[in-house]
Design a protein around this ligand. Sequence first.
Ligand code: PMP
Length: 418
Amino acid sequence: VFASLVQAPEDPILGVTVAYNKDPSPNKLNLGVGAYRTEEGKPLVLDVVRRAEQLLVNDQSRVKEYLPIVGLADFNKLSAKLIFGADSPAIQANRVATVQCLSGTGSLRVGAEFLARHYHQLTIYIPQPTWGNHPKVFTLAGLSVKTYRYYDPATRGLNFQGLLEDLGAATSGAIVLLHACAHNPTGVDPTLEQWEQIRQLMRSKGLLPFFDSAYQVVALVVWWITGGQIENMLGFASGSLDADAQPVRMFVADGGECLAAQSYAKNMGLYGERVGALSIVCKTADVASKVESQLKLVIRPMYSNPPIHGASIVATILKDSKMYDEWTVELKAMADRIISMRKQLFDALSARGTPGDWSHIIKQIGMFTFTGLNGEQVAFMTKEYHIYMTSDGRISMAGLSSKTVPHLADAIHAAVTR
Ligand code: PMP
């Protein structure tokens, strides 16, 4: 009965790994998927995650019963605290509805399904460019996707004017997807002053913020993601987490509504465990309670209830201050390696005299560098150098090592001087 089906194309991001796996070359390099790798090119399980798992295994009182539809209560509380702050007025007033979902993607999808059913505006504006899965997640949930300008290829920075113009011209009440931190794929984020202008504009037009927080947790992680550049600004050096005036918290502080989808894939390395949370900040506790009841109606027919293991790991770590601290130390080690890769790649291109300005490699934020290489150059690098990346020229810095930097630099040099 399915004989008339056509073969669907591979996913533009995950398909990179499929192609990589098929390549027999010993020099092949996968810079496609944003997953952390060690200097030896191996996946990393954090020590603190291993310890949390050990504690869970040794606890004979633990059973395998179903979780409630909304997931693990502790996990939900701790996740909301992590993103909104322990002293968040919204949490204190009980006006946040949080549900455990299947990582970031599942949280976005549940949020989108909820909005499609219960919000008066079905248009969602997403940045141009954005993570490749965003348009599909929102369209299939029943929302209508439009874009706002975000990236300026000429400056390899933010097109702030274009962003303000497009959001200024957006249908009043529309939903706006915002990358909370470490924009994927560009690695370009607004400054806090620009965030404040975005907030004022959005609130004045009644635009509903939907934050995608796949890389952000707290100040420490912002600091990690930003390659340490705003360490002092955020007060990390003094041990203060209060100064992490992040965009999400700015939008919560003004008393208005917002949604936030959190993922623990990158910041705890729990990729395949699929751990995430969706929070909806409401005006009152009464509304939040109704929202949660409706979220349950969205979730129940999709997958009934979320898995228990990954959320238990996160809750174990977040509620124990010693383990929490260990987590941040391990994050710092990952950050240091990514920063070092940025420097090494930049130096390698400088040493080769590769034409063009490559300073964005050290300026951009997070796991990825948006190289500026075009589709043709990417195809050349894959064919001749067995280097795999998404066709928009995005490379995962976390997939590089000191050993592979020269190979990548050779390939980039050859691609741009061809
Ligand atoms: N949003 C963005 C911007 C992402 O980059 C990712 C992961 N690459 C996700 C959401 C979702 O990831 P996951 O479902 O693995 O948490």
